[in-house]
Design a protein around this ligand. Structure first.
Ligand SMILES: Nc1ncnc2c1ncn2[C@@H]1O[C@H](COP(=O)(O)OP(=O)(O)O)[C@@H](O)[C@H]1O
Ligand SMILES: [Mg+2]
Length: 297
């Protein structure tokens, strides 16, 4: 009879909590001519004001480590030029890191995937296609195995979700900015991405439309359990939308601080916690008028 040898039982180690998206010491350097520079240790020391070094290469961001959890809505907040778009494009798989690593679900990213939907600042719609075809395009571009009627249902359901029922036949030039951006969001959602990446999507909208779109976006992202990264240079927008807000500083882009926003949804824009965090973030950007008092977050 087999006799188990008396071995010491080691408690099985729990695997470390893996993020949906993990960036480790991520760095991106552009060569002078706009192509990715061969990676060499680049320091920010001695970097001229425009972020370029003597050889003319630009460090878009440097040494960024960040974990985004499943179902989290993370905002990247920073001034123009701190590497937000570059970082988002890299997570989308459109560009590569110069150094460091990026994984999604524990696997290295090696190109774009329909599981990661991207919404650009410019609506990037096809002007010659109507609303319906702009949204359906994403499904046609990929062999989904869906038959035509299922695709049709998926597109119509999405157009209803983003409030565009009845506008199927409209062309992009006939749409307001808010409607065009709804189409862009529907198009990003049509392949049911697990991750939604948004690059200052509401910049061109008037303030009222922008607030409506913020509410719609949160509703959709949370309803579908997506993980989302939302890039913005608007402090109020970042705090209103984000479960957390990563504050980036430029030249080279680095994460200065990550602010958690412990405010239940739907959020009140005048929630005292939001206002307190707003004050803190204004200070971080050197925008606060009051100079005294200490605020802990
Ligand atoms: N394709 C490129 N070639 C060279 N430099 C670039 C390229 N894309 C971005 N950069 C530079 O990288 C830095 C970060 O740019 P970007 O990611 O667009 O910042 P943000 O989106 O925060 O405004 C800037 O200095 C920008 O000029
Ligand atoms: Mg940008």
């Amino acid at each position: 009879m087999y006799q188990a040898s008396p071995t010491v039982e080691h408690p099985r180690e729990a695997p470390p909590p893996a993020g949906k998206i993990e960036l480790t010491d991520a760095t991106k350097v552009y060569a002078a001519h706009g192509q990715a520079a061969a990676m060499q240790p680049t320091t920010s020391a001695g970097t001229p004001g425009n972020g370029a070094d003597e050889a003319g290469s630009v460090v878009a961001f440097d040494g960024i480590s960040l974990t985004v959890s499943e179902g989290e809505l993370l905002c990247l907040l920073g001034r123009s030029g701190c590497g937000k778009s570059t970082l988002l494009h890299i997570i989308a798989g459109l560009e590569e890191l110069s150094a460091g690593s990026l994984t999604v679900d524990g696997r290295p990213v090696d190109g774009p995937s329909h599981r990661r939907g991207l919404v650009f600042q410019q609506y990037a719609l096809f002007p010659w296609l109507d609303v319906y075809r702009n949204v359906r395009f994403g499904l046609e571009a990929r062999s989904t195995g869906m038959d035509g009627r299922v695709k049709d249902r998926a597109v119509r359901d999405l157009l209803a979700l983003v409030g565009l029922e009845g506008f199927e036949g409209a062309r992009p030039h006939e749409l307001s900015g808010g409607m065009a951006q709804r189409v862009a969001i529907a198009r990003a959602l049509v392949n049911e991405p697990e991750i939604l990446l948004l690059d200052e999507p509401f910049n061109a909208l008037d303030a009222f439309t922008r607030m409506t779109m913020q509410d719609e976006l949160v509703r959709i992202v949370k309803q579908r359990g997506m993980t989302a990264i939302f890039v913005t240079h608007d402090i109020d927008e970042a705090l209103y939308l984000g479960d957390r807000v990563a504050i980036l500083t430029p030249r080279p882009g680095r994460i200065r601080e990550i602010v958690s926003v412990p405010v239940a949804r739907p959020r009140d824009r005048n929630d005292p916690t939001l206002l307190r965090l707003r004050d803190h973030v204004y200070r971080e950007f050197g925008l606060a008028v009051r100079q005294e008092g200490h605020y802990s977050i």
